[in-house]
Design a protein around this ligand. Structure first.
Ligand SMILES: Cc1cc2nc3c(=O)[nH]c(=O)nc-3n(C[C@H](O)[C@H](O)[C@H](O)COP(=O)(O)OP(=O)(O)OC[C@H]3O[C@@H](n4cnc5c(N)ncnc54)[C@H](O)[C@@H]3O)c2cc1C
Length: 412
């Protein structure tokens, strides 16, 4: 039996990856993984709509790191050691093939997260990781002789030489207390990757309509994104909104999620080009109703609502649109301003912005700079990515580095 014990707190993506890496690299180390809940890998199971978006098909460290509103800079070097192609190879060497979708997201070819779950559980068991459910770490004290003594939720005490905290995003600060009790600072947690709640009746009336390339911005901030926009029963969603929510997680929290949102429905057109287009329509089809002649690529229903919102009544013909009317329509098409009144959950993926301060962690080994022997991995850190597989990749990479280091073979 080994004289060295490593404990991993948290049975999620990061904890499993670290535990497997450590146990495979150093078979003589006793690796115990403690999960406080009744299930391992519960987020992996529900991730990506039940398909698990494992990573993203982007194989350059700097480019990959640009997808993290928090933590990108710190992740560049780790990605040079373990990046998306390593994740693909890791799973493939264990019999799991990944496929890439048009937008770069990578999923198991089986299209079910169960494949990833089975792979991680199988690899952990094969490597001899001791897997324990329903036992959480409640308190940690540093032992005078080195290492830690853990108080577990069932009242037991457990001593170990190495400890990895992979307890996931701390939605509330209390969930980061183990790190704080060992001297670490938590960047205040706020949600990231949410959708926008709007009361505007015409927007809600268009639920299901999508626009392939809209531009959304928040006046008075530097927040501006382009991409697909989806109108929903509660407001707005789609990649452009999720990106805005991620890059603006702190600012939008500061506004209590009540702020004006500006939408440009035709960002490929400038004001003058659009005004000229409307003028030529007026000349070419003077007798047709404005609401019935949508401007591509806008859908007929969306166009109609934008025309009405610009104050042009439904029975107006192009010939009767005044200069002021055309001006109002240009404004509406390029600068619709809508009041956001709150945020809603993005059921596909949400993460926590905030967590353990990155300057307190050595990103070569994921070891604490404050408390030797303590390591971190995954969403507990102040790292969060955009949707698309970036959050899991951060968990795989930091978990792998921590696992190597705890095995005693981490890069110097
Ligand atoms: C609905 C949803 C879908 C998602 N889909 C995707 C996706 O497709 N692709 C992607 O890249 N990202 C996705 N994400 C984000 C991704 O799931 C997380 O970023 C990732 O799971 C973080 O992994 P983790 O191991 O750090 O934390 P977690 O997966 O949260 O695991 C932490 C574990 O630690 C346990 N724990 C907590 N405290 C203790 C304690 N004191 N002692 C013992 N155990 C403890 C928790 O019970 C939990 O099981 C999704 C998130 C959600 C919510």
């Amino acid at each position: 039996m080994s004289s060295r014990r490593v404990v991993v707190a948290g049975g999620g993506a990061a904890g499993f990856f670290a535990a497997i890496t450590c146990a495979e690299t150093a078979p003589d180390v006793e690796v115990t993984l403690l999960e406080k809940g009744p299930q391992f890998l519960s987020k992996v199971r529900i991730s990506g709509g039940g398909r698990c978006n494992v990573t993203h098909a982007c194989f350059e460290a700097r480019e990959f790191a640009a997808h993290y509103p928090r933590g990108g800079q710190a992740l560049i070097a780790p990605f040079k050691t373990f990046q998306a192609s390593d994740t693909v190879a890791w799973f493939e060497s264990r019999g799991v093939k990944l496929k890439t979708e048009k937008d770069g997201r990578m999923f198991p070819t089986t299209d079910t997260s169960q494949t990833i779950l089975d792979c991680l559980l199988g690899a952990a068991r094969a490597a001899g990781v001791k897997l324990v459910l329903n036992r959480g770490v409640e308190r940690v004290v540093k032992r005078p002789e080195g290492g830690f003594e853990l108080s577990l939720s069932d009242g037991e005490l457990l001593a170990c030489e190495g400890l990895l905290l992979a307890t996931g995003g701390c939605r509330v600060p209390a969930l980061g207390q183990l790190a704080v009790s060992l001297g670490h600072t938590l960047e205040p947690p706020v949600p990231s990757l949410f959708t926008f709640h709007l009361e505007t009746p015409w927007v809600r009336g268009l639920a299901g309509v999508s626009v392939e390339a809209a531009e959304a911005s928040v006046p008075g901030t530097g927040l501006r994104e382009r991409g697909a926009l989806l109108l929903t029963h509660w407001g707005l969603s789609g990649p452009v909104v999720l990106r805005l929510s991620a890059w603006g997680a702190r600012e939008l929290h500061g506004f209590n999620y009540r702020f004006p949102l500006r939408l440009n429905w035709l960002p490929h057109l400038g004001t003058e080009a659009l005004a000229a287009e409307l003028q030529s329509r007026r000349a070419a089809q003077p007798a047709r109703l404005v609401v019935n002649t949508p401007l591509a690529p806008l859908t007929a229903r969306l166009w109609e609502q934008l025309v009405l919102a610009a104050g042009i009544p439904g029975e107006t013909r192009w010939a009767d649109v005044s200069r002021a009317g055309r001006h109002a329509l240009v404004q509406q098409l390029l600068r619709t301003e809508l009041p956001v009144t709150g945020k809603s959950l993005n059921k596909d993926e949400f993460v926590t912005c905030g967590g353990v301060r990155l300057s307190e962690v050595n990103f070569k080994t994921m070891e604490s700079r404050i408390c030797p022997g303590l390591h971190f991995a995954g969403e507990l850190l102040d790292i969060d990515g955009l949707t698309g597989g970036f959050n899991f990749q951060a968990a795989w990479t930091t978990g792998w580095l921590a696992g190597q280091a705890m095995a005693g073979e981490g890069p110097a």
